[in-house]
Write a protein that binds this ligand. Structure first.
Ligand SMILES: [Zn+2]
Length: 98
């Protein structure tokens, strides 16, 4: 599932990403802030607010962790690899689903 093409019922956006997504009646909270560089194929993740990383070809970067969700670089140059999690009665539901 490609998050860029999912139609959400509701979401709470911060600067770039989303802190939660309402989808299929469930509220999914962001648990991973990551992107995939289309040029060097690196997946980079920012784990907290001061965790800044660039991909190896330096086309895109990521920063800010879950709190700020900053992404550096052109939108056409990366794919969103963030993950969202909903918990219902002890069961976990992920977005994307795999
Ligand atoms: Zn790269």
């Amino acid at each position: 599932m490609d998050l860029d093409h999912v139609k959400f019922e509701d979401s709470k956006p911060n600067r770039i990403g989303m802190t939660y997504i309402l989808y299929g009646g469930l509220k999914y909270y962001q648990v991973r802030h990551a992107i995939f560089c289309k040029f060097c194929k690196d997946t980079i993740e920012s784990k907290d607010i001061y965790d800044f990383k660039m991909c190896s070809c330096r086309s895109v970067g990521i920063d800010g962790g879950l709190a700020e969700n900053r992404i550096i670089g052109d939108r056409d140059n990366y794919e969103n690899r963030s993950m969202y999690l909903a918990r219902v009665n002890g069961k976990k539901y992920w977005l994307p689903e795999n």
